[in-house]
Ligand binder design. Structure first.
Ligand SMILES: Cc1cc2nc3c(=O)[nH]c(=O)nc-3n(C[C@H](O)[C@H](O)[C@H](O)COP(=O)(O)OP(=O)(O)OC[C@H]3O[C@@H](n4cnc5c(N)ncnc54)[C@H](O)[C@@H]3O)c2cc1C
Length: 375
């Protein structure tokens, strides 16, 4: 019988599996892709989309042509469960898909959404196409005369989103009437990137008129404010850009997880103790490198390794060499004003050249997968 390879989610790593299928590099299998969303949204270009640098179609990879070119079957529903004993995944419509080999790349969700009012009154960054809603809300604010935008989360993603908001407000000619603030628990923005990066980020925030509120714990969101331990802040739009949390259903699969609920995988990206389940990207934690950041850079690097493991598991190819994550990663932070901050290992440089560099890397990534479809 032809083995069934089921892909749960279409995160960055799974794009490489579809590319391999299109190029005839996958062993013979029935390939089934389970995702409810018609597009893969490329996170690296999302702040630029928000800021008006890119159009939506530059940031989106449509699922249907990719799946069709790969000769795969698309089940258009999100995965809600996985039974590693019965070897099935369950979809949101209640149906199940049996598998011989399953790979999971469903990303992460923002932390803290269970705070009072957060789900009702804040716009979370995931799914990433919530950016459409944010743009509409900014347009309405601009038309209404003014207001306050608050980004909750002072990490790299929150900061980059705030730059995107400021850039969009400039396009709408509303930057003088709409304030942009970031609320962070940490004493400084982009804290985990190190001292020099923090100083550059703070300067860029000042240049773009964005306020960072340090050491601030959000306790609730109302329709018109962010409630913090220190008092209330008026807010017409709250964007939820906190750090990554595990999708809750992963914890109910019986698969090994880390203490935050992410799937624990070995150095071949196989679920610890359940080698016919693979996982990659934000939803996976390497057992041997549990402190590795959740970043798109790793999700992308894991893609080709998944392909090699599938060639091994279904095609008899030799076991690939173990995957070791790079210790530091290059972050290119779009400041929304034509510049970017390049940082790695605590060092930072900034300029228009860095934005051009980021643009080239991002366009090449998207171009790679658009090209395989159009061939
Ligand atoms: C604004 C922003 C900017 C960022 N910029 C950078 C950057 O410049 N560099 C960097 O390295 N990192 C960046 N990150 C972090 C990066 O986005 C994540 O680390 C990366 O997206 C993780 O990739 P992934 O493939 O694991 O998941 P995702 O890209 O989130 O993909 C997961 C996919 O699975 C789908 N899915 C989710 N749940 C299910 C389900 N139950 N069933 C089926 N499908 C499901 C989702 O719809 C999505 O298509 C940024 C994050 C944000 C929010």
């Amino acid at each position: 019988m032809t083995p069934r390879l089921v892909l749960a989610g279409l995160g960055h790593s799974h794009l490489f599996i579809l590319e391999a299928a299109i190029q005839g590099r996958l062993p013979e299998c029935d390939l089934i892709v389970c995702t409810g969303e018609p597009y893969h949204v490329y996170s690296g270009m999302v702040p630029g989309w928000l800021g008006g640098r890119y159009e939506a179609d530059e940031v989106f990879l449509p699922v249907e042509p990719l799946v069709r070119a790969a000769g795969a079957t698309w089940r258009q529903a999100h995965v809600t469960g996985l039974d590693p004993v019965a070897r099935t995944v369950t979809l949101a419509d209640g149906s199940t898909e049996p598998y011989d080999l399953c790979s999971v790349a469903v990303g992460s969700i923002p932390t803290g959404l269970d705070l009072p009012g957060a789900r009702d009154h804040a716009v979370p960054l995931k799914p990433l196409d919530n950016i459409r809603q944010i743009v509409l809300r900014l347009e309405a604010l601009a038309a209404s005369g003014g207001g306050n935008v608050v980004v909750v989360g002072g990490g790299v993603a929150g900061v980059e989103i705030a730059f995107g908001v400021a850039a969009r407000l400039k396009l709408l000619n509303a930057h003088a009437r709409v304030s942009v603030s970031i609320i962070g628990r940490e004493p400084a923005p982009a804290m985990d990137r190190g001292g020099r990066v923090i100083r550059r980020v703070q300067k860029a925030l000042d240049r773009n008129g964005i306020t960072y509120m340090p050491n601030t714990e959000v306790v609730a969101i109302t329709p018109s404010s962010v409630e913090t331990a220190a008092g209330a802040l008026a807010a017409d739009l709250v964007i939820w850009a906190t750090g990554p949390a595990a999708p809750p259903w992963l914890a109910h699969t019986g698969l090994a997880t880390d203490d935050r609920g992410f799937l624990l995988v070995d150095d071949h990206l196989r679920s610890v103790g359940m080698p016919d389940v693979l996982a990659a990207g934000d939803c996976a934690t390497l057992d041997s490198h549990r402190g590795t950041d959740k970043a798109g850079v790793y999700a992308v690097r894991m893609g080709p390794r998944l392909v090699e493991l599938i060639q091994h598991a279904l095609g008899g190819a030799p076991l690939p060499k173990p995957y070791t994550p790079q210790r530091n990663w290059l972050a290119l932070l779009n400041t929304g004003d034509g510049r970017a901050i390049a940082s790695r290992n605590g060092f930072a440089l900034e300029g228009e050249w860095a934005m051009k560099w980021k643009d080239k890397i991002d366009r090449e990534f998207m171009g790679r997968f658009k090209k395989v479809v159009s061939r």
